[in-house]
Design a protein around this ligand. Structure first.
Ligand code: NDP
Length: 530
């Protein structure tokens, strides 16, 4: 029977194609066929280029309907929305347009002090005396209210931070609710979590969070702290404070006793004031390794409990026996998810030499399909860079990569004329000494290196000051176990990447910090079992 070589379209029509055209992309086929008919030489060994990108326009998603923002967002202290003592505000910018979204109260040390006092008072009040099962009910209630308002929160998260709506809607918000649900279940089972011990709340927790997953980081910090009976003073990042203050509305509406959660927006100095406050019992920080080190130094002399979740430079290791198409999806997700603003991003790709050319070709083709642009468009894959400062930092490191001799590959996609954007990019010809192989770029930029043996892959992967995460791609289960056991990383994904679950502890080694968030280990960071 003659084999049909062609394309069957979804409407049932079909077209026969010469064998050489079968690996082409559809829009390009007609052109290449004409050229060949005119007698142009065709190199069978060279796969033709795929063309994607700007060919299709999609209808907007319901999520693209804007949500009204308040003109000014106050602090949330002692169950009340209040202005900063100084009366000062700072501007919050939409990174997709570079334009002002709203004004946010610029809290300072005196506001932090008010918040810590409110948190201390709540501990001594109804919250401290509340039966654990009742505590759990508040967490369940907050989780459900987050779900009810998830469309609004996802849109705000995208407007404020620049991440694609499909990520804030399908990843961030479900995980925010999941964290509250998960920890709600633990609230009255702490004796089972720590058998034979008498787990008690630590006290007032100071929490400082970054801008890459604003609401999710707030949930990761608040949920375990509340489940264990603590009270909190939380400082969101300056560029992404809006959703934390909408979460404050939910918290207020949930009926949580006043002062249990306090949110102080402001600059880094407000974070430092929380860390330095003498009546804060525990500090939890997620952010840069630079600030993490300062906080560790401050906490070392104060006796405060501390957990740090800092930077990363994860190796995503691709062996030649891996399912390559699946692995390429994992590489794309690993580095371009959330514009690469991810502490556990798979920012160093280690490819086994024997499949290097093939993988690079597949990766280039896949990158061409990524849609960069309006974060509120449901089809956008890569949104805006979170801030002008972060864009400058990405550019500086990319320029450095070029100057140091690595080869830059970039998508040809068009970028919007306003706002902060960076094309999805990758570097080849990277050596371990290049800055782009050592430092966190925190943008959509991948550094590709090669290896020959599993031992070399492990050595290269561990050759970093960080140790937050890693990925392993191979068909062999035994290889996964061997490699994973020798990688110095807190989280290791096998044949997948960027999978999160509230039951699964997350955290790092070395300069990626210490302590875990999520799971039993995450709870341990919020109880006193001494
Ligand atoms: P920072 O570490 O400065 O910011 C994280 C949080 O800490 C923010 O809320 C920030 O406030 C606050 N902060 C700043 N200084 C202090 C201080 N001295 N004491 C207490 N809190 C403080 O990160 P950046 O925003 O400056 O980002 C720089 C780089 O850090 C990125 O390029 C990336 O490489 C890395 N990073 C890593 C993250 C991670 O998840 N591991 C998250 C964010 C950044 P404010 O926003 O007002 O400055």
């Amino acid at each position: 029977m003659a084999l049909f070589r062609g394309v069957v379209f979804l409407d049932g029509s079909s077209v026969s194609l010469p064998r050489s055209a079968l690996s082409l992309n559809l829009p390009a086929m007609a052109k290449s066929k004409t050229k060949r008919a005119k007698g142009k030489k065709h190199h069978a060994a060279v796969e033709p280029m795929l063309e994607f990108g700007d060919r299709w326009d999609y209808a907007p998603a319901p999520e693209s309907t804007p949500v009204p923002l308040k003109k000014r967002y106050p602090l949330y202290i002692g169950g009340k929305f209040v202005a900063a003592k100084s009366g000062r505000v700072f501007r919050s910018i939409n990174p997709a347009s570079g334009k002002k979204l709203t004004d946010i109260a610029a809290g300072g040390p005196e506001d932090v002090d008010r918040a810590v006092k409110a948190a201390r008072k709540a501990l001594a009040g109804p919250w401290g005396k509340m039966p654990a099962a009742e505590r759990g009910k508040f967490l369940y209630r907050i989780a459900r209210m987050v779900q009810e308002r998830s469309r609004e929160l996802a849109i705000l998260e995208t407007m404020d931070g620049g991440k694609p709506i499909k990520e804030s809607r399908d990843v961030d918000l479900p995980l925010v609710a999941a964290h509250f649900f998960y920890h709600a279940g633990w609230a009255d089972k702490l004796e089972y979590a720590f058998p034979g011990r008498k787990p008690k709340a630590i006290g007032v927790c100071g929490q400082v969070i970054p801008w890459n997953f604003p609401l999710m980081m707030a949930a990761w910090k608040l949920a375990p702290a509340l489940a264990c009976g603590n009270t909190v003073v939380l400082k969101p990042a300056e560029t992404t404070s809006v959703t934390a203050l909408h979460l404050a509305e939910i918290i207020a509406d949930s009926g949580l006793p006043d002062g249990v959660v306090n949110i102080v927006t402001g600059k880094g100095s407000a974070g430092a004031a929380i860390v330095d406050h003498p009546d804060v019992d525990k500090v939890a920080f997620t952010g840069s390794t630079r600030v993490g080190k300062q906080i560790a130094a401050a906490a070392a002399t104060s006796g405060k409990r501390l957990t740090l979740e800092l930077g990363g430079k994860a190796a995503n290791i691709l062996f030649d026996d891996a399912p390559l198409d699946q692995a390429v999806e994992g590489i794309i997700n690993g580095i371009y998810f959330n514009q690469g603003h991810v502490c556990c991003a798979g920012s160093r790709l280690l490819v086994q030499e024997s499949v290097y050319d093939k993988v690079m070709r597949k990766l280039s083709d896949r990158i061409k399909t990524l849609r960069v642009g309006d974060p509120l468009d449901k089809n956008t894959d890569i949104g805006a860079i979170n801030s002008k400062a972060q864009l400058q930092r990405i550019r500086e490191l990319v320029d450095c990569g070029v100057a140091e001799g690595a080869r830059l590959h970039q998508s040809k996609c068009k970028l919007p004329s306003e706002g902060y954007w960076f094309k999805p990019s990758f570097f080849t010809g990277v050596t371990a000494s290049h800055r782009i192989a050592r430092e966190e770029i925190f943008g959509p930029v991948l550094s590709v290196m090669t290896f020959r043996t599993p031992e070399e892959a492990i050595e290269r992967a561990n050759n970093t000051c960080y140790g937050l995460s890693a990925g392993v791609w191979t068909d062999k289960g035994s290889k996964i176990h061997k490699v994973a056991a020798e990688l110095k990383a807190g989280v290791i994904w096998a044949n997948t990447y960027n999978k999160f679950d509230p039951a699964s502890p997350f955290g790092g080694y070395k300069e990626s910090g210490f302590g875990r968030e999520g799971g039993l280990q995450g709870l341990a960071a919020y109880v006193d079992i001494s």
